[in-house]
Design a protein around this ligand. Structure first.
Ligand SMILES: [Zn+2]
Length: 263
């Protein structure tokens, strides 16, 4: 599940593969950029903002552009050595190819692919709340934004990237389990919003640098989460069957005993 940590890792992969390199070719397989050619452009850096990827480039005439992409549920970027076969996903899912002398970056099933002047990046990511893995992470601001909608369920509020950027469904479910809070609890009734966002940040940060997302500290298959993906399995704390239900537009997992409803 691409959440803030996965996107952060992806940005690092792209940075290591391409930063400082002059592109020797590009191939955009999305209609809006079909005629774009970034040959001769230099990759300055790759960064993430919440779940958004930002590849910043310098043009031959001094132009500054940012290539934006979003992984949503199913997107991925891979870096290959020149000449290496692109095996990560089927070829028909390829949306962007960036070639440099040392590496080829291939973007699969990317969403919201856009190329904008770097000075206008905020048109794409300016609405986002504080980035949990950003250098400017601001828990007080995240709490302020959450608290501005007191009647919203905390389960939906944590997923709203305008409140804080980087939490997806996995971390939402896991944070609320660890805090003993039902996902249906209105924001105003959550006992410690600051503790909740701080824990979310710690869980995401702990998974930087690895592709296995674990909130339990266990990395083996089947042991990486407390509730997420564990419907009908026993709660690791109390043994009650974990439940799964729709909440807003997403499903949520929770333990009805460890996470009693509050109001
Ligand atoms: Zn339980």
């Amino acid at each position: 599940m691409p959440e803030g940590d996965t996107v952060w890792n992806t940005a690092r992969v792209l940075h290591r593969a391409l930063a400082g390199a002059r592109l020797t070719g590009s191939d955009f397989r999305v209609p809006q950029l079909a005629t774009t050619d970034l040959t001769g452009w230099t990759v300055r850096e790759s960064a993430s903002r919440g779940k958004h990827l930002l590849l910043r480039l310098d043009g031959p005439a001094g132009e500054e552009r940012t290539l934006h992409s979003h992984l949503r549920m199913d997107g991925a970027w891979r870096a290959y050595a020149p000449g290496e076969r692109w095996t990560a996903r089927p070829a028909h899912l390829i949306r962007v190819v960036l070639r440099s002398p040392g590496a080829v970056a291939v973007g699969y099933h990317l969403h919201e692919v856009a190329l904008v002047p770097t000075a206008e990046e905020s048109s794409l990511v300016g609405h986002l709340g504080p980035d949990l893995l950003g250098p400017d992470w601001d828990p007080d601001e995240a709490v302020r934004r959450l608290a501005a909608h007191p009647e919203q369920s905390i389960g939906e509020a944590l997923l709203d990237q305008r409140n804080l950027a980087g939490v997806g469904n996995l971390y939402k479910c896991e944070v609320l389990f660890l805090r003993g809070v039902s996902p249906w609890t209105p924001v105003r009734a959550v006992p410690d919003l600051a503790g909740t966002v701080t824990l979310a940040q710690r869980l995401l940060a702990a998974n930087r640098g690895r592709w296995t997302q674990s909130t339990t500290g266990v990395l083996r298959r089947g042991g990486t989460s407390y509730v997420y993906g564990r419907r009908a399995q026993p709660c690791r704390r109390c043994g009650t069957a974990i439940r799964k239900e729709e909440l807003g537009e997403r499903v949520t997992y929770w333990c009805p005993v460890c996470q009693p409803e509050r109001d």
